[in-house]
Design a protein around this ligand. Structure first.
Ligand code: DAK
Length: 259
């Protein structure tokens, strides 16, 4: 049983985790993060799930980490609290299956960091993205400065982090922070549709391709190209590669084994 999240299976091979603290605009307290972490581990081990969607509700994806929970914490307290939480963030960073954030309403602070840790973002027209931590005299601590700068560039990242600028959904789309913006009533449906598209591909190829794209943010081009090539060759040893090529040549749809 979970108290702060809901777990759903909206379509074949698609798992969905819904943040569910509507009264607090889905502020991410530790209990929510623990439940989210456990649900992700379960989906990772489940062969009937190939893609995971994270969402909130129409009003908020998540308005940040829970301010009440951090209110009295000192730097030393944060070492424990933060270390535990950082391990969970690191797990997200290396998550083996594609993650899609379906965002509507507030997507702030740790909430925006959570969305950016996903692999794709589908936003409703009402989504608002920001890193307002500076107004609490802190700063992003779960990858916000790094991922935002990589997504939208230095100048805008500076404005968002230092001046608290909040982006509308269409601004976020124009700066490359989100994949697409859709009408409010469609944001979840479209995220699931995108999830289904990804879930119809061969699972091992999907996993290695995701890993290779993420390496682009960590490695020099030479090393990234070597990493890509090795992953590419590895896929030629999978049963699914034989199936993919055979199905193409026989003009029939492939059936993946994930092997
Ligand atoms: N935490 C706790 N409660 C929150 C919250 C938050 N982040 N955001 C909203 N709420 C609560 C409000 O307190 C209010 O509760 P009640 O007063 O009804 O009890 C309820 O949700 C509804 O909010 P509002 O009444 O304020 O609603 P409005 O529509 O007027 O305003 C707002 C919406 C999103 C503009 C406003 O609620 C707001 O400014 N919220 C705070 C946004 C914020 O500053 N977020 C950044 C938080 S700091 C870490 C890594 C990262 C982080 C932490 C640790 N480690 C690695 C350990 C991240 C830190 C952050 O995210």
């Amino acid at each position: 049983m979970t108290e702060n999240i809901l777990i759903e299976r909206p379509a074949d091979y698609v798992g969905l985790i819904r943040l569910n603290r509507p009264k607090q605009l889905n502020a991410l307290n530790q209990a929510t993060f623990d439940e989210l972490h456990a649900a992700l581990i379960e989906f990772a081990a489940d062969d009937t799930v190939r893609v995971v969607i994270l969402t909130g509700n129409e009003k908020a994806f998540a308005a940040g980490s829970d301010i009440t929970e951090m209110q009295d914490k000192s730097a030393v307290d944060m070492l424990d609290y933060g270390e535990h939480r950082m391990q969970q963030w690191d797990y997200l960073r290396t998550y083996p299956k594609p993650l899609i954030a379906a965002v509507s309403g507030w997507c702030l602070g740790g909430g925006n960091e959570l969305a950016m840790a996903c692999d794709m973002i589908v936003a409703s027209e009402t989504a608002k993205f920001g890193q307002p931590e500076i107004s609490l005299a802190i700063m992003p601590g779960a990858g916000g400065t790094q991922r935002l700068a990589r997504a939208v560039g230095k100048m805008l990242a500076m404005e968002m982090v230092l001046a608290g600028r909040v982006l509308s959904a269409y601004e976020a789309e124009s700066y490359g922070l989100v994949n697409k913006v859709v009408p409010l009533e469609l944001y979840l449906e479209k995220a699931i549709e995108l999830g289904q598209k990804v879930a119809t591909q061969a699972p091992v190829a999907t996993r290695l391709a995701k890993e290779a794209i993420l390496k682009a943010f960590e490695l020099a081009l030479d090393d990234g190209l070597v990493f890509e090539r090795r992953s590419f060759y590895t896929l030629f040893s999978t049963e699914d590669k034989q199936e993919g090529f055979s199905a193409y040549l026989a003009k029939r749809p492939p059936t993946w084994k994930g092997q």
